[in-house]
Design a protein around this ligand. Structure first.
Ligand SMILES: *[C@@H]1O[C@H](CO)[C@@H](O)[C@H](O)[C@H]1NC(C)=O
Ligand SMILES: *[C@@H]1O[C@H](CO)[C@@H](O)[C@H](O)[C@H]1NC(C)=O
Ligand SMILES: *[C@@H]1O[C@H](CO)[C@@H](O)[C@H](O)[C@H]1NC(C)=O
Ligand SMILES: [Fe+2]
Length: 475
């Protein structure tokens, strides 16, 4: 028995070696550095008096309406909004036909200060017990000031459920941000996977910080009031600003954006997981403790065990700081998390790790660097069919501009990279196929630039490899 295992291990290693040799010899591994230069809008925020940020005219009308998944499996939604003049109430009226609201849910209201800024009344309301695959209409606000929206619930959890996600990161509130948002809204995406750095309000001072958060809430409302955005936090959400008396990390973000962390047994809204259609989405926090024995580490260990690829074949990780990036900006900032989590990503056969942070686009091959153990082993990522594809989509269009300098020559692990603004879409078809596109903002038009068909990491591997995986998955 032990001998058989040893032989199998040896064979596996041999196969792996052959695989590496074939890959480094073949032409297939040559990455692409796109030299496309788009004529961008200037990297400045849109002025506050622009109609894109317009405030509803009616007294105390709800604004900054946004929704996110409210439970583990997609039968609940959290609806959030802000009223400025008075608390009003935190009720949501909803139903399945227009202007006929058979149900009511009660939410909560809170407010906060940040430096010299006083927030409006921030409402969060959990609406649960929804039916799958159903269009719901909802109303927030009181009397004449109420506003109405709608959303569509996802299909039930099913391995062959088709579903389209958008992936957006580092959006900000410039003319480029608007271009990205408008292109995404034309894409047919049903839910956004957001990879951190939201409003860039922390680039301002005193009460302008809160004012720019509010503006961003109104800016994204055209999408977020109608479909869930799955949030993860970036460095621009930390807002540790002792100079203005603010030392509570993520204060604005945590007041404004709710997440369903309790549903996945997480102790923090900054890391959690949701299942939607045929996908299991794990959100990590690059700026919360994650080394061994921390709460995030312990939670992820348990959450990965809960993943059932027979129900949700597509395993997707969202985080802010890329694990693999060959851009000179923020180079190696993801290295600490790679050292802790990469082994799990490989042994659980994660399909995608989406990140932001670097203001450019990059996609990796399936590679890993888990054989390097400081004392010995390969000191360079090697092809690994069990590894995720790492994708950086930090190119939403914020005021900091693009990260235009990639390391030269392009490392072997990098498949495609380009410093342009844009967003991605992931069209999951069934348990085996997903069509992925990175869509560049091409002089105001949307251009599908990097298109790949991905095969599921669980269902397209043969039974022998699936079994082998378990025996190698030491945690
Ligand atoms: C929240 O709103 C109440 C009622 O308007 C007000 O009295 C209180 O000072 C506000 N709290 C903060 C932290 O702004
Ligand atoms: C480090 O890697 C080398 C080569 O793969 C291996 O022989 C060695 O046992 C590893 N050491 C540890 C402490 O894991
Ligand atoms: C999954 O989708 C792909 C692409 O549309 C298709 O070619 C394939 O036959 C589908 N598989 C099943 C089992 O339906
Ligand atoms: Fe960032």
């Amino acid at each position: 028995m032990l001998l058989a295992f040893g032989v199998r291990l040896l064979l596996y290693r041999l196969l792996f070696l052959i695989c590496i040799i074939l890959r480094s010899v073949g032409q297939g591994n040559a990455g692409i550095t796109s030299t496309f230069i788009r004529s961008e809008w200037p990297s400045v925020d849109i002025p506050l008096d622009n109609e894109i940020f317009s405030i509803p005219k009616v007294h105390n009308a709800p604004q900054q309406v946004h929704i996110t998944q409210g439970d583990y499996d997609g039968k609940a939604i959290i609806i959030s909004w802000v009223t400025i003049d008075e608390p009003g109430n935190s009720k949501v009226q909803y139903g399945t036909s227009k202007q006929k609201y058979d149900f009511t849910a009660d939410g909560t209201v809170k407010n906060y200060t940040f430096s010299t800024y006083k927030s409006g009344y921030i409402h969060h309301c959990l609406v649960d017990g929804l039916e799958y695959n159903t269009k719901y209409y909802y109303k927030v606000g009181v009397g004449d000031s109420s506003r109405e929206f709608w959303f569509q619930t996802p299909p039930n959890i099913d391995p062959d459920a088709s579903y389209t996600f958008g992936i957006i990161g580092d959006l900000g509130q410039t003319y480029n941000s608007l271009s990205t948002l408008e292109h995404y809204m034309q894409s047919g995406g049903q839910t956004v996977l957001y990879v951190g750095d939201l409003s860039y309000a922390d680039r301002y001072e005193y009460n302008k910080i809160g004012i720019r958060w509010d503006a961003w809430g109104r800016f994204i409302e055209r999408s977020t009031a109608y479909q869930p955005w799955i949030w993860s936090a970036g460095n621009h959400e930390i807002e540790y600003m002792p100079n203005v008396g603010e030392v509570l990390p993520f204060k604005s973000y945590l007041h404004r954006f709710a997440t369903p962390n309790i549903a996945s047994h997480s102790t923090s809204p900054l890391w959690y997981a949701v299942r939607r259609a045929s996908a299991h989405i794990v959100v990590l926090s690059s700026y919360s403790p994650f080394v061994k024995y921390t709460l995030q580490w312990s939670w992820l260990q348990e959450e990965l065990k809960r993943v059932d690829r027979r129900k949700t074949p597509w395993l997707i990780i969202l985080l802010h700081v890329p694990i693999y990036s060959s851009n000179s900006v923020h180079y190696m900032e993801g290295e600490s998390m790679r050292a802790v989590f990469e082994r799990w990503f490989v042994c659980y056969r994660v399909d995608f790790v989406f990140a932001g942070h670097v203001h450019a686009y990059e996609r990796s091959y399936r590679i890993s660097n888990i054989h390097y153990n400081v004392s010995s082993g390969d000191r360079y990522p090697v092809p690994d069919e069990s590894a995720p594809v790492y994708i950086t989509v930090g190119d939403g269009g914020n005021q900091e501009g693009l990260a235009g300098r990639f390391w030269d020559p392009q490392p072997d692990y990098s498949a495609f990279r380009e410093a342009s603004y844009g967003h991605s879409t992931l069209e999951i078809r069934n348990r085996t196929h997903a069509f992925y596109h990175w869509n560049r903002n091409d002089d105001g038009k949307k251009a599908e630039t990097d298109s790949v068909t991905f095969y599921n990491q669980y269902w397209t591997s043969n039974k022998r490899r699936r079994r082998l995986k378990k025996s190698h998955c030491k945690l």
